[in-house]
Ligand binder design. Structure first.
Ligand SMILES: [Fe+2]
Length: 474
């Protein structure tokens, strides 16, 4: 994986704005909008290197489509973290798994001082007509989708000190609202659910005390409930306060806790149910919906937290290392059962799945949804990094794959065709690293046949990124 590792986990010094990039094949003429992506733009600062896939300096990418043509631009997110890196040539802020080795006093101040990383590199969203780069740290960075320049910052609470949030806010489009989880570390810590309606300020929708908060990268949401899946990767808040280790390394895997599900009514804030399950870990909830007296939670799960270890750059550098498989599980929570009822799961596919996507805009919280797209590992070629895209039919229990030797695709974003009648009528867009060429391209797959219909070629390689979204008409 050495060549791939250098290309996917190295450093990018290419910031470009290109009116037109070469297209091979065909880009649908109905595609009239912009794919925005977030992710690491560099894993090095001066002579220093970040340690983990979830570190690195944020970079935005923009692919705009009009009449079958594609333009492209990329730019480091303008943050205090980036500015400090440029000015000092050193890593100055703590990230997910990297600590800049400050004095003990400096470490103690890291979480509970205002010097919180604003390196919002993980995801992005359009919230109340604002484009926002999202981080798990509480400072969110607003940007202009045309210039990719930063235009301001926001946070859920007036004082963002000692908080963690998720980069996967959940939208209720019918209600014109968006929800997110904020974990507040304190003597008595809390999980707090915030709701934003329209362009309004965040309002507290629910709150729950917790003694040892878990690392939760996402949460589930149905029409009436928010689901907190409390993986047993937990932290003593004092350890975060003392900041003896990089952020995630303060968390401990405690499988004897199992993985409880907490179900909160998102309209009243009431904790309505708690379920127990065997221990597991996940980054991504996929979808959740109510069906009769059951709450169905689909989640991209791992048996333990080994995936977090597997994403350390030192591990990824090993060409023979295999990534653990994420698998799509369905948990059914019987809402009328007594508190503490044990639940198990049904495996919806045996394909490896990560960075899962579906037609969220239409089918979020809807039990009729059928197709899930994501990056995957080819079963015959499991070592290295994600090397195929998979489309799982959760009703037919079959899968389609896109694989090309030497190619490493990123998160596939489904874009529905206008006026579509079938759920999968549209395209899947993925930024693919072509290791042999040393460059990346934007792949356009027909989402139904799952075959390539076109690609737009970039003049450089794009580091392995995380999340993005397509915005029609932008
Ligand atoms: Fe994520």
């Amino acid at each position: 994986m050495s060549n791939v590792f250098e290309l996917g986990f190295g450093a990018s010094d290419h910031e470009v704005a290109l009116d037109s990039i070469p297209v091979r094949g065909r880009i649908p003429e109905w595609l009239n909008g912009t794919l925005l992506r977030n992710g690491p733009g560099s894993f090095t600062v001066g002579q220093q290197r970040y340690r983990h896939w979830f570190d690195g300096l944020a970079m935005l990418h923009k692919f705009s489509f009009q009449g079958g043509r594609v333009s492209y631009a990329n730019k480091f997110l303008e943050t205090q973290v980036y500015k400090a890196a440029r000015e000092t040539g050193q890593i100055s802020y703590s990230e997910f798994a990297t600590d800049p080795c400050r004095s003990l006093f400096g470490r103690a101040m890291a979480v509970f001082s205002p010097k919180i990383s604003d390196n919002a590199k993980v995801s992005l969203a359009k919230i109340a007509d604002q484009f926002v780069a999202l981080a798990e740290t509480p400072i969110q960075v607003h940007f202009d989708p045309h210039t990719l320049r930063s235009v301001g910052v926001s946070q859920y609470e007036p004082n963002p000190v000692g908080q963690m949030t998720t980069v996967h806010p959940q939208f209720d489009f019918a209600e014109d609202s968006v929800y997110n989880l904020v974990t507040r570390f304190h003597r008595v810590s809390h999980y707090r659910i915030y709701r934003m309606r329209g362009a309004g300020v965040p309002q507290l929708a629910a709150s729950m005390p917790v003694s040892q908060p878990a690392y939760m990268h996402s949460f589930g949401m149905s029409r009436n409930y928010v689901i907190l899946t409390e993986f047993p990767l937990v932290v003593n808040p004092l350890h975060l306060l003392l900041w003896l280790r990089p952020f995630i390394e303060n968390f401990r895997w405690k499988p004897r806790r199992g993985t409880p599900f907490y179900v909160l009514n998102r309209h009243t804030g009431e904790l309505v149910a708690r379920f127990e399950s065997d221990p597991f870990f996940a980054f991504h909830h996929v979808n959740a919906f109510e069906q009769g007296d059951e709450l169905v939670v689909d989640i991209d799960a791992y048996p333990d937290n080994g995936i977090l270890q597997a994403y350390y750059l030192q591990r990824l550098q090993d060409a023979d290392a295999e990534l653990p498989f994420g698998q799509l599980r369905r948990y059914r929570l019987p809402l009328k059962a007594r508190k503490g009822t044990r639940v198990s799961y049904e495996l919806l596919s045996d394909e490896c799945l990560e960075l899962p996507r579906f037609d969220y805009e239409r089918l979020n919280m809807d039990g009729s949804y059928r197709y899930v797209y994501g990056v995957s590992l080819n079963k015959a070629q499991r070592n290295g990094f994600y090397n195929q895209i998979v489309k799982i039919d959760i009703q037919g229990r079959v899968a389609q794959r896109w694989y090309a030797e030497g190619c490493y695709p990123g998160e596939p974003v489904f874009v529905g065709a206008p006026g579509r009648t079938a759920e999968d009528e549209g395209v899947a867009l993925s930024v693919v690293l072509d290791a042999a060429n040393g460059r990346s391209f934007l792949l356009v797959l027909d989402a139904q046949s799952f075959t390539e219909i076109g690609r737009a070629e970039l003049p450089h390689a794009v580091l392995f990124g995380y999340h993005g979204d397509y915005f029609n008409g932008v």
